[in-house]
Design a binder for this molecule. Structure first.
Ligand code: SF4
Ligand code: SF4
Length: 90
């Protein structure tokens, strides 16, 4: 699964940057066309959902999605990450 921020919904509140245990969401620096500074994703393949959602068949962790007031965070299907290439940092 791939982690996505829907730029048409995000308002740049940065709540997601506060909650992720892996610090995947980082404060952005450049405003988009709507003037919103959307967070950037730092190595999103480290996200528990990206790695294991398919295996468990349900959303894991998901704190970022729960706290986002604009339902801007979601996961989309894509080829699974190669687990040997994922470096986990806390
Ligand atoms: S689901 Fe959890 S680990 Fe994945 S990006 Fe959101 S807060 Fe981080
Ligand atoms: S919590 Fe949602 S609205 Fe706020 S910055 Fe993150 S993705 Fe955007």
């Amino acid at each position: 699964m791939k982690l996505m921020i829907d730029e048409t919904r995000c308002k740049g509140c940065n709540l997601c940057t506060l909650v992720c245990p892996y610090k995947i969401f980082q404060e952005g620096t450049t405003p988009n066309r709507r003037g919103v500074v959307v967070p950037v994703l730092d190595r999103p393949e480290r996200c528990t959902n990206c790695r294991l959602q398919k295996l468990y068949g349900r959303v894991l962790c998901g704190v970022c999605q729960m706290i986002c007031p604009d339902q801007a965070i979601r996961w989309v299907d894509e080829k699974p990450y190669n687990p040997e290439k994922v470096v986990i940092e806390y």
